[in-house]
Design a protein around this ligand. Structure first.
Ligand SMILES: Nc1ncnc2c1ncn2[C@@H]1O[C@H](COP(=O)(O)OP(=O)(O)OP(=O)(O)O)[C@@H](O)[C@H]1O
Length: 294
């Protein structure tokens, strides 16, 4: 388990990226969502021991990250896939994995080969082992990134926006791969794609401006907007009271607005089943309105 207590990070330029954040993360898939600049990467870099917090405490599998012993043991049990990964494009898939396995201190060549075979199987790149990295598709490169993170069989896997640049089929493939990998591990998935979290995470946190807005199961977040989402045509928008606009789209019959409201629907609009994205947008909007009113 990961225990985060009152974690604060203030960068040297005075930017407060995390603000006394407390959170516990258990085995399985954990989704971390929030708008740009919310503090997600800062949090993940602290968990990955790449950044030192200004205040607060983090225990990873019972070890305090502030102690040298805690840092060493976390690094041993960690696989981290950052947003950008610098591959050696002229190496083959197999050579790249071998290179990173050596960096991870897997010194015995037999053990290294065994682990590389396992990882290639897990990420579905067995047939591409002799291919040079510059010839791989974006999705295959992301899978190779996860393969590198998996070397050493880490108990904690942290992945930062892994599906952002992938096509829909590769995205689904990749998120299913993460789900399979979760098993007895902790997998932290940071993303802007709420649907990915909805499909594979049993627990999630929403952060904005370094503050924790929500922590719990996706169903609980969803339940907060149940019975409150509906589609309203442009012509009816003024007839409805206390609406919160989620999104708008142009259809052959005119502009339609997806809105949230606790009021009874007007005669031409009716409530529809909300999505996790509705709940997320509602939470974010509510918070930004509250902070504007302070
Ligand atoms: N090295 C740094 N020095 C100063 N400010 C920084 C630094 N790194 C990040 N920040 C700021 O801290 C805040 C949080 O950034 P962070 O990258 O953690 O957010 P994020 O949620 O990962 O955003 P995104 O989704 O855009 O990647 C932002 O306002 C960012 O500009």
């Amino acid at each position: 388990m990961i225990e985060i207590e009152n974690l604060t990070k203030v960068y040297p330029n005075g930017k407060r990226a995390l603000n006394s954040l407390s959170l516990n993360i258990h085995e399985g898939m954990f989704g971390l969502i929030g708008p740009n600049g919310a503090g997600k990467t800062t949090l993940m870099r602290i968990l990955a021991t790449l950044l030192t917090p200004t205040a607060g405490r983090v225990l990873i599998f019972g070890k305090d990250l502030q102690t040298p012993e805690g840092k060493v043991s976390t690094r041993k049990s960690l696989g981290y896939l950052p947003q950008e990964i610098g591959f050696h494009l002229k190496l083959t898939v197999e050579q790249e994995l071998d290179y990173f396995a050596i960096l991870k201190n897997i010194t015995d060549p037999k053990d290294r080969n065994r682990q590389i075979d396992n990882v290639l199987e897990q990420i579905g790149l067995r047939s591409a082992r002799k291919e040079r990295i510059h010839t791989l598709s974006g999705g295959m490169k992301r899978r190779l990134g996860i393969g590198i993170a998996l070397l050493g069989s880490p108990k904690l896997l942290i992945v930062d926006e892994p599906t952002a640049s992938l096509d829909p089929a590769e995205r689904v493939h990749f998120r299913n791969l993460l789900f399979q990998l979760a098993g007895k591990r902790i997998v932290i998935l940071s993303t802007h794609i709420i649907e990915d979290v909805n499909q594979v995470c049993s627990d999630l946190a929403v952060i904005t401006n370094g503050n924790l807005l929500f922590h719990g199961a996706p169903e609980i977040l969803l339940s907060q907007v149940k019975g409150k989402v509906r589609i309203v045509p442009e012509s009816e928008l003024n007839a409805e009271k206390n609406l919160r606009l989620i999104s708008s789209k142009t259809t052959p019959s005119g502009t339609e607005h997806r809105v949230l409201s606790s009021e009874k629907p007007s005669h031409t609009s009716e409530n529809i089943e909300p999505t996790l994205e509705d709940a997320y947008l509602w939470l974010i909007q509510q918070t930004s309105e509250e902070s504007e009113n302070v």
